[in-house]
Design a protein around this ligand. Structure first.
Ligand code: DGL
Length: 274
């Protein structure tokens, strides 16, 4: 269906917390003139330990809030919400185009061409649904995929403890659980938008393994989707950024600044209720 898009309208980006800012950062780098509105549902983080029914309900409520900002497109910058609720969100937001991060993540992993053994680090809910295994096997028929839930890495990222001996030993433990005599990963997929902050720690412990995330490929899919709908912004001005959170704006500012790669203060973040 062809829809008319007011190109100056913002792109909505949603995550359970600050993790989706890693995707937002990549979108800004790829499309610096686009206006963006980001919602972190920090009041209900983590999503990864919740039931599919709760995750879908939360995601619908969060994206309904984003729709109030007249978004022209929605990016579900949360693997958990993408794995559980992408179809429900596409139906709920129609005709606004909605993309998730699981398919771009799988695309990036296969394109990296490191080999057929893939280790996906993700939340419990994402692992339970096996969304990454399906998405990778669709693209690499000979793929062997192992998925490891790493709930504590979400807490480490939210706390800003992304390196040092605590982060090291937790990452080491998860990798030891995932690999054994029968499985050694050629690539590691950061299947949670919080995990790129731990990339250096994960890489240094994993050794000679390619580590990929979905941020850059998702930004490319955003550009393609907008282009195909005639929705890319025409203005050459730097895009505006609006940040919304459902709780804890001090913490959001402190940790979110690290994710975004620029300092944030509470004045930059608006508290919203769903
Ligand atoms: N950032 C979310 C994801 O990509 C996970 C964090 C959470 O458990 O809420 O899956």
């Amino acid at each position: 269906m062809t829809i008319h898009i007011d190109t100056s309208l913002p792109i909505g980006v949603f995550d359970s917390g600050v993790g989706g800012l890693t995707v937002l950062k990549a979108i800004r780098e790829t499309l610096p003139n686009e206006n963006l509105v980001y919602l972190g549902d920090t009041a209900r983080l983590p999503y990864g330990t919740k039931s599919p029914a709760s995750i879908e309900r939360y995601a619908i409520q969060a994206t309904t809030k984003l729709r109030e900002y007249n978004i022209k497109m929605l990016v579900v910058a949360c693997n958990t919400a993408s794995a559980v609720a992408i179809v429900a969100l596409q139906q709920h937001m129609a005709p606004i185009p909605v993309i998730g991060v699981v398919d771009p993540g799988a695309e990036a992993a296969v394109a990296a061409g490191a080999g057929d053994s893939y280790l996906v680090l993700a939340t419990e809910a994402t692992v339970r649904l096996g969304a990454y295994s399906r998405a990778i096997k669709m693209r690499d028929l000979g793929a062997e995929v192992r998925e490891q839930s790493c709930e504590m890495l979400v807490s480490l990222a939210e706390e800003g403890w992304t390196s040092g001996h605590i982060a090291d030993s937790i990452v080491r433990q998860y990798l030891a659980e995932a690999e054994d005599n029968t499985f050694k990963a050629d690539s590691i997929i950061l299947g949670c938008t919080h995990f790129p902050l731990l990339r250096d720690t994960i890489s240094s412990i994993a050794g000679d393994v390619v580590v990929v995330d979905s941020a850059t490929t998702t930004a490319a899919v955003v550009r393609e989707t907008l282009m195909s709908h005639g929705g890319l912004i025409v203005s050459k001005q730097p895009g505006m950024l609006k940040l919304l959170a459902t709780d804890g704006i001090q913490r959001f500012a402190r940790v979110g600044g690290q994710f975004l790669g620029q300092p944030l203060t509470v004045e930059n973040i608006q508290l919203v209720d769903l």
